[in-house]
Design a binder for this molecule. Structure first.
Ligand SMILES: Nc1ncnc2c1ncn2[C@@H]1O[C@H](COP(=O)(O)OP(=O)(O)OP(=O)(O)O)[C@@H](O)[C@H]1O
Ligand SMILES: [Mg+2]
Length: 462
């Protein structure tokens, strides 16, 4: 039998060993019965043991020795101590040393079997958890998020845990870090996934309109309210509402929102009927909301209501190891949607990205990749294609001189001399021939400039 589990039983009582062997075999286990610690150690050395039942008082030693030996070889093997009343305190010590549980004699087979199954299930679960964790650790993509850095792995785990609850979440992070993606992921992984996800940008809607957007309005509630209209909270019933840029909400509306969060009840604007909905609220902000509380522009009580579970999305500069993955992702996506063959990216460009601080985070990278796909010539994206802000002073200076080296080759010395000569002339022209100034423009000292002028026989004015 493939799935047969092997149980090690260790006891000085022959009759008990026989009964256990007989009954466990009937249950489909394979059994190794041992009368003392020496036999037990032999058994452990020669078999894969899935669980052990261990008496502590043995004729040739102590059960602890067997326990420790087995634990060291196989830390995930459940061990149940079977003991007489006299040795209960020792049995407790055995648990401290890693035994799963103890039972006192006499014990029914059923009880022992039940305990053993429990122990094996628990260890199995633990093992699966370890495997699962290992799998999560290799994740490069989670929902629609890309990133394999430690901070992203941590974020994925938090999202999974939070998605299983109904708690209100406050997502913080700089602009473009992926706060909306996080909110989406929480919704999609939650039991509300088949119900609506309703985002609303509190910063983009004027205050008067925002109230009726959220809570809806009755016909005639204000001029222009020609018919009754349900708000986003009603539309989202059963699902999730995403209150983006919550920091922009006016103090007046904050009061209404607080009231709503307390009992999930509200009235439409201009209405009297109380409406109750079942929604989860996720809020996000790129502002420091706590600072806003201190300044008095955000209510402290609302802050606590929203900040039940805080999730911080790290800026891109704190997870630069994710940049190549993101580049690859956006590059292939933009090439695909534009129907052009996949472009290469020069390694210098990636180095440049590594240095850059990405104030606009992933959004900035995404937009840049789109621009590069469109604007770069040929099938490679090079330093030439990058906007100036990405380049160091030297690269900015050298980029226009980049000369492609092809099969024909070049005459390096002559080429460099002609570039040098040209730049010196330009510097002289620009400074009206004042050598001090020209030298400064070129990053040279005056003597070196004069030497070069002589060497290249530069005449200025010509
Ligand atoms: N980890 C990521 N993997 C792939 N794409 C991402 C990731 N993070 C963000 N993006 C993309 O970057 C863009 C910005 O993300 P999103 O709108 O979620 O950011 P945000 O934090 O809500 O920004 P803002 O504060 O400006 O509203 C989106 O197009 C999103 O798809
Ligand atoms: Mg957003």
């Amino acid at each position: 039998m493939l799935s047969e589990k092997t149980i090690l039983t260790v006891d000085d009582d022959d009759t008990l060993l026989e009964i256990l062997e007989d009954r466990f075999k009937k249950e489909g286990y394979s059994v190794i019965s041992c009368r003392g610690s020496k036999e037990a150690i032999e058994g452990i050395n020669n078999h894969v043991i899935h669980a052990a039942i261990l008496d502590l008082v043995l004729p040739d030693g102590h059960g602890f020795d067997v326990l420790e030996y087995l634990k060291e070889l196989n830390p995930n093997c459940p061990i149940i101590i079977l003991t007489g009343h006299a040795t209960i305190s020792t049995a407790v010590d055995a648990i401290k040393k890693g035994a799963y549980d103890y039972l006192t004699k006499p014990v029914s087979f059923e009880e022992l079997h039940r305990k053993l199954k429990q122990a094996m299930e628990m260890y199995e679960l633990r093992r699966e958890n370890v495997v699962l964790r290992a799998k999560i650790e290799e994740r490069c993509q989670f929902e629609r998020m890309i990133g394999k850095s430690d901070v992203m792995q941590k974020l994925y785990r938090i999202i999974e845990r939070v998605a299983a609850t109904d708690a209100t979440v406050l997502i913080t992070g700089e602009s473009g870090t992926g706060k909306e993606l996080v909110a989406h992921a929480i919704h999609r992984l939650s039991k509300r996934r088949d119900k609506p996800f309703v985002p609303i940008n509190c910063g983009a809607i004027p205050e008067e309109l925002l109230e009726s957007e959220l809570f809806g309005h009755e016909k005639g509630a204000f001029s222009g309210a020609f018919r009754t209209r349900p708000g986003r909270f009603e539309i989202a019933d059963g699902g999730t509402v995403f209150l983006d840029e919550i920091g922009e909400m006016s103090l007046k509306l904050q009061v209404k929102l607080l009231r709503f969060l307390q009992d999930r009840k509200f009235e439409r604007v201009g209405g009297t009927r109380t409406i109750k909905v079942n929604i989860r609220v996720i809020a996000a902000t790129n502002r420091n909301l706590w600072e806003a509380v201190k300044k008095g522009s955000f209510r402290e009580d609302l802050y606590y209501r929203l900040n039940v579970i805080p999730i911080h999305v790290p800026p891109l500069r704190e997870r630069k190891e994710d940049i190549p993955l993101l580049v690859e992702h956006f590059l292939s996506r933009h090439c695909q949607t534009k129907g052009i063959p996949l472009k290469n990216i020069q390694s210098e460009v990636l180095q440049c990205f590594e240095r850059y601080s990405w104030p606009g985070n992933v959004r900035e990278l995404e937009n840049l990749m789109e621009r590069l796909v469109i604007l770069s010539e040929g099938n490679e994206i090079t330093l030439h294609d990058l906007p100036d802000r990405f380049l160091t002073k030297e690269e900015r200076g050298s980029a226009p001189f980049r000369i492609k080296l092809d099969e024909k080759g070049i005459r390096l010395k002559e080429m460099l001399e002609s570039i040098e000569r040209d730049l010196i002339l330009q510097a002289l022209e620009r400074t009206g021939g004042v050598k001090n100034k020209a030298a400064k423009l070129l990053g040279l000292n005056r003597t070196t400039l004069i030497e070069k002028i002589k060497k290249f026989k530069i005449q200025y004015p010509s």
